[in-house]
Design a protein around this ligand. Structure first.
Ligand code: NCD
Length: 324
C-alpha cells in the first residue's frame, strides 16, 4: 500500500486528519473560503445548495458541544444531508468493529465521515479503508489532532490582528494532553507566527522534543508577558490518571488567567479558549466574559471553517471525478 496521504492524486485536499504538512498557502485558501461564510451578527447565516445531494455522517465517540453542532450546521447550511450517529446507541457497543460501522454507512451513500474519537490513529485508519470518493475529517482525535479547531483559531487571530508574522502567541495550560495545542502548533508554525510560546506546569508540558519551534515557559506570568494572543486550555482530566489531576483551587491560584495577570500581556491582547471552559480553574469569569475575550467569536468562526472544509473536500472530489 502507498504511504497514507490526505491529498488526492492531483495534490488536492481529500481528507483532513492533521494540519501537519499543510502549506501556508493551503491554509490561507481554507481561511479565505471560510471568510465567505461569515455574516454580520443577527443576520441570516450564509447558505448555499453547493453540497446538495451529498451526505455527511458525524460519528462522535467523545463528548462534544461546539464541534458537533457546528459540523452539523455547516453541512445543513450547504444543503447536505447530515446524519448524526449516537455511538452509545450504535452497534459498536454490541461489538461491531469500527470498519463494519463505516462500511454500513458507506452503503447508505455517505460521502464525508466526521469522526471524533479517543483512539489515536483511528481517523487515518478509517481514511485508508473508505471508497475512493469518500472523505474523512478529524473532529478531534485523542490528544493528537483537532484540525478544524486549529483553523478556527487561526481565523479568529487573522480577523483581529490582520496577520501572524509579527505576533507573539502564548498557548497556556494543559499542553501535554491537548489536541487543540497540537493543532495550534501545526498551524501557527505553518503560518510563521512571530513567536510561539507554550506555557505550562512541568507535569503538563509535552515531552521534550515535541513542538521544537515553541519557546517553553514554566510560569504564566512570564509566559504571557507582552503577548498579543493568550490561548487558554482546559485541564484534560479525562486523559489523566486520577492522582495526577490538579486541585482546581491550587491550579487557579498558580495557573488561572485572571484580570490582574492579563495586564502582563499587551494592552490589545486577545484571549481565546476552545471551550468547554472550567470557569475559575484555568480562566476567571471576569476574563472569559471581559472585553478582551474572543471566545464567542471562535464559535462563530468554527461554523465558517467547517463549511469551508466540507465545501473544499467535496469540490475537490468533483474535480477529481472529472479527471477520472
Ligand atoms: C476541545 C476538544 O474537545 O478538544 N473542545 C472543542 O473541540 N472545542 C477542547 C477541550 O475539550 O478542552
Amino acid at each position: 500500500m502507498p504511504p497514507f496521504s490526505q491529498f488526492d492524486s492531483s495534490g488536492r485536499l481529500r481528507h483532513l486528519i492533521t494540519l501537519d504538512g499543510l502549506s501556508d498557502e493551503q491554509i490561507r485558501e481554507l481561511l479565505d473560503r471560510a471568510q465567505h461564510y461569515l455574516a454580520p451578527r443577527g443576520s441570516i447565516p450564509v447558505r448555499s445548495r453547493d453540497l446538495e445531494g451529498t451526505t455527511i455522517a458525524n460519528i462522535f465517540n467523545e463528548p462534544s458541544t461546539r464541534t458537533r453542532s457546528s459540523f452539523e450546521l455547516a453541512g445543513l447550511r450547504l444543503g447536505a444531508d447530515v446524519l448524526n450517529l449516537e455511538i452509545q446507541l450504535s452497534s459498536r457497543v454490541k461489538g461491531e468493529t469500527v470498519l463494519d460501522t463505516i462500511h454500513t454507512l458507506e452503503s447508505m451513500a455517505v460521502d464525508v465521515f466526521v469522526i471524533r474519537d479517543a483512539e489515536p490513529g483511528i481517523t487515518q485508519f478509517v481514511a485508508e479503508h473508505v471508497y475512493d470518493h469518500v472523505s474523512v475529517l478529524s473532529a478531534g482525535e485523542a490528544h493528537l489532532t483537532h484540525p478544524t479547531q486549529g483553523l478556527l483559531d487561526a481565523l479568529t487571530i487573522l480577523r483581529h490582528k490582520g496577520g501572524f508574522r509579527d505576533l507573539s502567541v502564548a498557548v497556556v495550560g494543559d499542553v501535554k494532553h491537548s489536541r487543540v495545542a497540537r493543532s495550534a502548533y501545526h498551524i501557527f508554525t505553518a503560518l510563521r507566527v512571530g513567536e510561539l510560546r507554550i506555557v505550562a506546569p512541568e507535569a503538563l508540558m509535552p515531552p521534550s522534543g515535541e513542538m521544537p519551534d515553541a519557546v517553553r515557559f514554566h510560569s504564566i506570568e512570564e509566559g504571557i508577558a507582552h503577548c498579543d494572543v493568550v490561548m487558554m486550555l482546559r485541564v484534560q482530566r479525562e486523559r489523566m490518571a486520577q492522582a495526577a489531576i490538579p486541585d482546581p483551587h491550587d491550579y487557579h491560584a498558580r495557573w488561572g488567567l485572571t484580570a490582574s495577570r492579563l495586564q502582563l500581556a499587551r494592552p490589545d491582547a486577545i484571549v481565546m479558549h476552545p471551550g468547554p471552559m472550567n470557569r475559575e480553574v484555568e480562566i476567571s469569569s471576569e476574563v472569559a466574559d471581559g472585553p478582551r475575550s474572543v471566545i464567542r467569536e471562535q464559535v462563530i468562526n468554527g461554523v465558517a471553517v467547517r463549511m469551508a472544509v466540507l465545501d473544499t473536500v467535496i469540490s475537490n472530489r468533483r474535480k477529481q471525478g472529472d479527471n477520472r
